[in-house]
Design a protein around this ligand. Structure first.
Ligand SMILES: Cc1cc2nc3c(=O)[nH]c(=O)nc-3n(C[C@H](O)[C@H](O)[C@H](O)COP(=O)(O)OP(=O)(O)OC[C@H]3O[C@@H](n4cnc5c(N)ncnc54)[C@H](O)[C@@H]3O)c2cc1C
Length: 408
């Protein structure tokens, strides 16, 4: 089992520097343009595929890094480049994690490579859990999957919303209700293969930030998928549902459902994205504060500015430490007895919002314009306290874990 260390090994350092180079040379120069266009930056994804950053191999290598630091380190660098473009590059990973968390080996081997496509024909994938009436309240999900035994097919009906890459994805991973009596324990995840009739894109959202990442509704109207598209398989699902019914009869011990397992694994990752954005804004602010002069001296000569920068950097480092701790715990199988994954996401996302706002303040009028990137970074940072569970939900998870009480 890997010991916890803050010292990246040589391989990790090499990967970090390589990603930082890509973020600096390819992502950053494209950031303002794709933010304005509010479109998926396919040429940048293709470039990432060419050099091996947008590939199953690369993510698998980072995902299975025994120290757990591969993914947070990679995400921090890419999101340091630009959050919208980086989400377009890594959004497929959320769907891939959905398959990794719940799929059989065969499903993992079949579907995850298809999610990425290949260098000459790059694809993206989408993970669709949220619905118009089921955001934080996953148990209110209505999208229904019904088994047609005669054809060995599942029939999906419902509307998903806020899906990153929804509708433009090849493979969609859709969470649906298979047993309405069980609430969130009656959910299962399905692969909806490319070009499945009955799946279509609803409205595409015009957003406040991460505008280079496509977010849309996904509508399922009698979308039929083969039986083998049920992640984990029918036998495992039937066993799980039977156990859940027994527990419900016996008074209801809490069990994890399919979507929650995915969120659990991905929360420190969102924390790492937030650290990347926060660090980028801090660096711009530090540089500006040392070069901008007022009253005949650099503005950093004033404690009012210098102390802000001291706080910003301290909070960014603290956020990274929480993210790395949670990622190491996940990789080494340590139980999250104090909801450390949620803690890392909560703290890092709130830090990114705060730090990017402070960066605007430090740049004064320039910070408020699109001539400088901190305005975009601040808009982008707002997403981190919302997706993968809002800050309020993270606090609920942490408080419930610590107290054992059903806090509402
Ligand atoms: C850009 C973007 C990309 C996304 N990508 C995906 C994706 O790829 N796949 C996917 O499935 N989803 C995705 N989401 C959805 C995201 O996870 C949800 O938006 C999020 O879970 C919140 O749900 P909601 O928007 O319905 O807010 P609501 O649940 O309606 O919450 C509204 C407010 O009420 C608060 N609140 C709710 N319940 C409680 C409570 N019990 N106690 C205290 N406060 C509470 C919330 O914290 C929030 O402040 C994305 C969202 C966005 C904006």
């Amino acid at each position: 089992m890997a010991e916890f260390t803050l010292e990246l090994n040589d391989d990790q350092k090499q990967v970090r520097d390589w990603l930082n180079g890509f973020a600096k040379d390819v992502i950053r120069p494209a950031a303002a343009e794709w933010d304005e266009r509010e479109e998926t930056p396919w040429p940048v994804i293709q470039e990432a595929a060419k050099v091996g950053i947008y590939s199953l191999d690369f993510y698998a290598q980072q995902f299975f890094d025994p120290t757990g630091l591969g993914i947070p380190m990679a995400l921090e660098e890419l999101f340091w480049g630009d959050a919208g473009i980086a989400l377009s590059i890594v959004g497929t990973g959320l769907a891939a994690v959905g398959v990794l968390a719940n799929g059989t080996e065969e499903q993992i081997g079949t579907w995850i490579p298809q999610m990425y496509g290949d260098v000459d024909d790059v694809k993206v994938a989408a993970f669709c859990s949220s619905e118009p009436d089921a955001g934080s309240d996953v148990g209110a999900m209505r999208t229904r999957a019904v088994y047609d035994e005669a054809k060995d097919e599942w029939v999906l009906n419902g509307t998903k919303t806020w899906a990153t890459n929804g509708g433009i994805a090849g493979v969609h991973v859709v969470v649906a209700v298979v047993d309405p009596e069980l609430g969130s324990k009656g959910h299962a995840s399905f692969i909806v293969p490319p070009q499945t009739p009955g799946l279509s894109q609803g409205q595409k959202f015009k957003k406040h930030g991460i505008r280079a990442s496509h977010t849309a509704e996904v509508v399922l109207e009698d979308a039929r998928v083969p039986g083998h598209c049920l992640l984990g398989g029918k036998e495992k699902l039937d066993e799980r549902l039977a156990r859940a019914h027994e527990r419900a009869k016996a008074g209801g011990e809490r069990v994890k459902n399919a979507a929650m397992a995915t969120f659990e694994a991905s929360r420190p990752a969102v924390g790492a994205m937030a650290v990347g954005t926060a660090r980028a804004a801090y660096e711009v602010a530090l540089d500006y504060a040392t070069t901008r002069s007022q009253f005949g001296r650099p503005i950093i000569d004033n404690q009012g500015i210098a102390f802000q920068l001291a706080d910003m950097r301290t909070q960014i480092d603290a956020a990274r430490l929480l993210v790395w701790r949670a990622s190491w715990m996940a990789a080494t199988g340590k139980p999250f007895t104090s909801a450390e994954g949620s803690m890392s996401k909560l703290y890092a996302s709130e830090t990114a919002k705060k730090v990017t706002a402070q960066a605007i303040q430090i740049l004064g009028g320039n910070g408020f314009t699109r001539e400088y990137p901190v305005e975009r970074m601040h808009r982008d940072a707002a997403i981190y306290t919302i997706f993968e569970g809002t800050s309020e939900i993270q606090r609920l998870v942490i408080a419930r874990t610590l107290s054992g009480m059903p806090i509402r």
